[in-house]
Design a protein around this ligand. Structure first.
Ligand code: LLP
Length: 421
C-alpha cells in the first residue's frame, strides 16, 4: 500500500496534487511520501516484535538525508556501504552505534573514518579485509565489532545482476570455510566477533531462498558457539521484494518474512538485524515526467518524455518493469493504446517500456513512474549533461524540495581546464 492515489481525477502524493509539485519544481522529479516510508519501516519493525532487533535501512536504496532523518526518527538504524554513505548517515543525525558497515571492498580510509566516528559493526567480507580492520583498530587503540558475511550458496531466484548468495558471486566467505575464518578473526586482538551476516540478493519474491539461507545460518550459529565463539547478533541482510505491477505481483509480506525469521532463528536468542532497502523506499517514491512529443513510428507510437535513462536506469539496466500512469486520471472506459515510452537520450536502451497500454496522451501531459523510490535517484547520472533531477518529500499537505536541480552553470563549472589548454 502506498499514498499515491487519485482524488477527483488527479494523482496525489498524500494530500498534495502531483501537478502542483510539477508546477513548482518543473519536470522530471522524484517525489517521496513520508507516510509510505514510515509505514514500510513500521511493517518490518512490527514483524520482528518480540525479538531483540534493529531494522537497519539499506540507505543505498534512497539516501537523501531527509529520508534518512525521517526513518531514523522512527527508530531505524542504517546499513552503509561506503565512506560517503557513512558520513551522510552521520550528517543526517544517525548515531554511530546504529550504523552497520557492509560492502565487499571497504578501504583503509573508510574503515578509519568509521572506527573514529563510531560504528555498530563491520560486516566483514574477506580475510584480507579482516586483517586491515584489525590493524587500524590496534593503531587507534579501539576494538572493532565485526560479523563475518557468509555466502550460503543459495539461489535467490532473482535477476542475475542482483543475486549475491551463490558461491560464484563475489560476496562473503564460503560458509564451508566459516570455522577457519572465525578462528582467524578470534585470534586478532583488534576485533571482537559478535555475530554472523548474510545477504543473498535483492527483489526476492519467494521466502524459500531466505529459509534455506537462514537455516544454514542457524546451524552455523550452533557450530561456532560450540567452537567457543560468542555469537549473539545475526544480520540477515535485505532483499524482500516489492510488487512492481499492481495487477499480479504478490511477494511475501514483511509479517510473513518476520515469522520465517522467528521460525528459523528464534530459538537461538540472538539479536536480529535486517537491512531492507527496496521495500522501505521503492513504493514510497514516484518519478514524474512530462510528455514532450508523441511521435508516430512504423507500426508504433512513441511517447517521448523529458525523463530518461540517466534519471531512472532500472529498465535499461535490469529490464525492470515500472508501472507508468497518467497523472490526470483517465476517464472511465477511455480506450487505451500501446506506446513505446522513451526518453530523449541518443541510444535505444533509453526505453522505459514497449507497447505499454496508456490512455491517449499529448505533449505537456504528466506521467508518473511507480515504484521508483528505491534505486532511482541514487543511480541517476548527468549523462548527456542532463541535470540530476530534484527530489521532493511530501508530508501530509506539505512538500519540500530535498535536493535541488543543479543549474547548468553549476554542472559546467565543475570541470576544470588544465593550464596547457
Ligand atoms: N544489504 C546488502 C548487503 C545489500 O547488498 C543490499 C542491496 C541490501 C541490504 C538491500 O537490499 P534490498 O532490501 O533493497 O533488496 N540496484 C538494484 C538493486 C541492488 C541491490 C544491492 N544490494 C536494483 O535497482 O534493482
Amino acid at each position: 500500500m502506498d499514498h499515491f492515489l487519485y482524488r477527483d481525477g488527479a494523482l496525489y502524493a498524500e494530500d498534495v496534487p502531483i501537478s502542483e509539485i510539477a508546477a513548482a519544481v518543473g519536470t522530471p522529479f522524484y517525489v517521496y511520501s513520508t507516510a509510505t516510508l514510515l509505514r514500510h519501516f513500521q511493517l518490518f519493525d512490527d514483524a520482528l516484535d518480540g525479538m531483540d532487533h534493529l531494522v537497519c535501512y539499506a540507505m543505498k536504496a534512497a539516501s537523501n538525508q531527509a529520508i534518512l532523518k525521517t526513518l531514523a526518527q522512527a527508530g531505524a538504524g542504517m546499513d552503509v556501504v561506503s565512506g560517503g554513505e557513512y558520513l551522510r548517515a552521520k550528517a543526517a543525525g544517525v548515531p554511530g552505534d546504529k550504523i552497520v558497515f557492509s560492502g565487499v571492498g571497504k578501504t583503509a580510509d573508510e574503515i578509519r573514518a568509521a572506527l573514529t566516528g563510531g560504528i555498530r559493526q563491520f560486516n566483514v567480507e574477506s580475510e584480507p579485509e579482516m586483517e586491515v580492520i584489525n590493524a587500524i583498530a590496534l593503531e587507534l587503540g579501539v576494538v572493532a565489532p565485526i560479523t563475518v558475511r557468509v555466502n550460503p550458496d543459495v539461489d535467490a531466484k532473482t535477476h542475475a545482476k542482483i543475486a549475491t548468495g551463490k558461491s560464484e558471486n563475489k560476496f562473503g566467505i564460503p560458509i564451508a570455510r566459516a570455522s577457519e575464518v572465525y578462528a582467524h578473526a578470534a585470534s586478532l586482538p583488534g576485533l571482537e566477533v559478535i555475530g554472523i551476516d548474510v545477504h543473498i540478493g535483492s527483489q526476492l519474491t519467494e521466502l524459500e531462498p531466505f529459509e534455506l539461507a537462514y537455516t544454514k545460518v542457524a546451524e552455523l550459529t550452533e557450530k561456532l558457539r560450540s567452537e567457543g565463539h560468542n555469537i549473539r547478533r545475526l544480520d540477515l541482510g535485505g532483499g524482500l521484494g516489492i510488487p512492481y505491477t499492481r495487477a499480479n505481483d504478490a511477494p511475501p509480506l514483511p509479517v510473513e518474512y518476520g515469522a520465517l525469521i522467528k521460525k528459523t532463528l528464534g530459538h537461538l536468542g540472538c539479536e536480529i538485524e535486517i537491512e531492507p532497502g527496496r521495500l522501505i523506499a521503492g513504493n514510497a517514491g514516484l518519478m514524474v515526467s512530462k510528455v514532450i512529443y508523441v511521435k508516430s513510428g512504423e507500426g508504433r507510437d512513441f511517447l517521448i518524455l523529458d525523463g530518461a535513462m540517466n534519471d531512472l536506469i532500472r529498465p535499461a539496466m535490469y529490464e525492470a518493469h515500472h508501472d507508468i500512469v497518467a497523472v490526470q486520471e483517465p476517464a472511465p472506459g477511455v480506450e487505451q493504446q500501446p506506446y513505446d515510452i522513451v526518453g530523449p537520450v541518443c541510444e535505444s536502451g533509453d526505453t522505459f517500456a514497449k507497447e505499454r497500454n496508456m490512455p491517449p496522451l499529448a505533449p505537456g501531459d504528466l506521467v508518473a513512474f511507480r515504484s521508483a523510490g528505491a534505486y532511482g535517484a541514487v543511480m541517476s547520472s548527468e549523462y548527456n549533461t542532463r541535470p540530476l533531477i530534484p527530489e521532493v518529500l511530501v508530508h501530509g499537505d506539505q512538500f519540500a524540495v530535498i535536493r535541488e536541480r543543479p543549474s547548468f552553470d553549476e554542472i559546467i563549472n565543475r570541470d576544470t581546464i588544465p593550464e596547457w589548454l
